[in-house]
Design a protein around this ligand. Structure first.
Ligand code: AMP
Length: 298
């Protein structure tokens, strides 16, 4: 696996792959790899001839300097994992390569960027995400980009951006990888002490409670959300939001009918955690259990 620092090096690498008729997959990451990132790299390895993993802790998507400073970094370990999983190139640029002096452009997806995570963190968060993803797509020009369902709103916002800007990249969404007890893997889990690690189960338990409600025939979103909140209260956790939303518009629904997305966020001690569960109320009898992975291409 090559480690590339400059845009010119990436362009040369991808041009050589293209000349050889190879398809190119991109896995954008901020590093500190866990099994969620590994699932993305494996999916890219399975689907594409040439796999580029980017490792860039993007300053413009952090609203709190302390959060950026505390973000875990460990390129040598990440590089070893990516190489072991068969990545062809690791693109790990310095900040100045991505944001040179005079950088003045931002990509803003109106509406979708302002709800849920955008409402809590500020819409600038998704502006930062979209701007860096747009740049990565311009630099690598992959056929397929791999993202995690864990960040469901990120996928919805990026899909809108691709459509609106006619960017010819397919999205491959990899299901959320979880610990055995249901906690979604996240780089931020490392900040939890033993007591907070237990309380963090509130998020996946809330999603389970909503699913059980739907399986039991409940369709009223307020009632489903109340069941989720009750499950969280058992862990002494109040959600920042817990909502049943339309999976494309992210607008809250009154009735859960057809495809819905259950989204939850909560602060657990020093960490702010998010989780979600896509559900199809028409398919509840044959639904996928939390923790079982099925990749889907969209
Ligand atoms: P990050 O490094 O946190 O920006 O994440 C890089 C990619 O990994 C994003 O597309 C995330 O959605 C994805 N990801 C993070 N956690 C998980 C997880 N538990 N399961 C699947 N994908 C994940």
């Amino acid at each position: 696996m090559k480690t590339l620092r400059t845009i010119a090096e990436v362009r040369a690498h991808v041009a050589a792959a293209r000349r050889a008729g190879r398809s190119v997959g991109l896995v954008p990451t901020m590093g500190a790899f866990h099994a969620g990132h590994e699932a993305l790299i494996r999916a890219a390895r399975d689907a594409c001839d040439d796999v580029v993993v980017s490792l860039f802790v993007n300053p413009s998507q952090f609203e709190e300097p302390a959060d950026l400073a505390a973000y875990p970094r460990g390129e040598p370990r990440d590089a070893a994992i990516a190489a072991e999983l068969g990545a062809d190139a690791l693109f790990a640029p310095p900040v100045a390569e991505i944001y040179p002096d005079g950088f003045a452009t931002a990509v803003h997806v109106a509406g979708l960027s302002g709800v849920l995570e955008g409402a809590q963190r500020g819409a600038a968060h998704f502006d930062g995400v979209c701007t860096v993803v747009c740049k990565l797509f311009g630099i690598v020009a992959p056929d397929v980009a791999f993202f995690g369902q864990k960040d469901a709103q990120q996928v919805v916002v990026i899909r809108r951006m691709l459509r609106d800007l006619d960017i010819p990249v397919r999205l491959h969404v990899v299901p959320t990888v979880r610990e055995a007890d249901g906690l979604a893997l996240s780089s931020r889990n490392a900040r939890l002490d033993a007591a907070d690690r237990e309380r963090a189960l509130a998020l996946s338990r809330a999603l389970e409670a909503v699913r059980e409600g739907i399986e039991g025939g409940e369709r009223d979103a307020a009632a489903l959300e109340a069941a989720g909140r009750a499950a969280m209260a058992a862990y002494d956790v109040q959600p920042e939001y817990l909502s049943v939303v339309d999976p494309e518009t992210l607008e809250p629904v009154e009735l859960a009918a057809g495809r819905v997305l259950v989204v939850v966020a909560a602060r657990i001690g020093p960490a702010r955690l998010i989780d979600n569960l896509p559900l199809d109320t028409e398919q509840v009898a044959t639904r996928t259990p939390v923790g079982v992975n099925h990749a889907k291409e969209i």
